[in-house]
Design a protein. Structure first.
Length: 95
């Protein structure tokens, strides 16, 4: 079972030294897996795939009973659609 362990916002997208967000994803299961996609948005109808803007690549390994960090860089397609206080949903998909 995947779970969101932590989210760290470094700074605004206009600050080049801090233009990233780290999302720690944990695996409470007994088998290792791989994070393939990360979506962010506030409803199931407006989720944006962050794979292009993160270090997921073709898959981020996630060992059993451990966590991994996904780093999202800014600006990206989400930055232009951002509304303060509207981000309520974040989902990971794995195999």
């Amino acid at each position: 079972m995947l779970y969101k362990e932590n989210v760290r916002f470094y700074g605004p997208p206009t600050d080049a030294a801090k233009n990233r967000t780290d999302i720690a994803v944990g695996n409470s299961g007994k088998a290792s897996t791989q994070v393939l996609r990360r979506y962010i948005g506030n409803t199931s109808g407006n989720l944006i795939d962050l794979a292009t803007y993160s270090n997921i690549g073709t898959g981020k390994p996630l060992n059993a009973e451990s966590a991994t960090r996904i780093t999202v860089t800014w600006p990206n397609a989400l930055a232009s659609a951002w509304e303060a206080g509207k981000l309520t949903t974040s989902k990971s998909y794995h195999r």
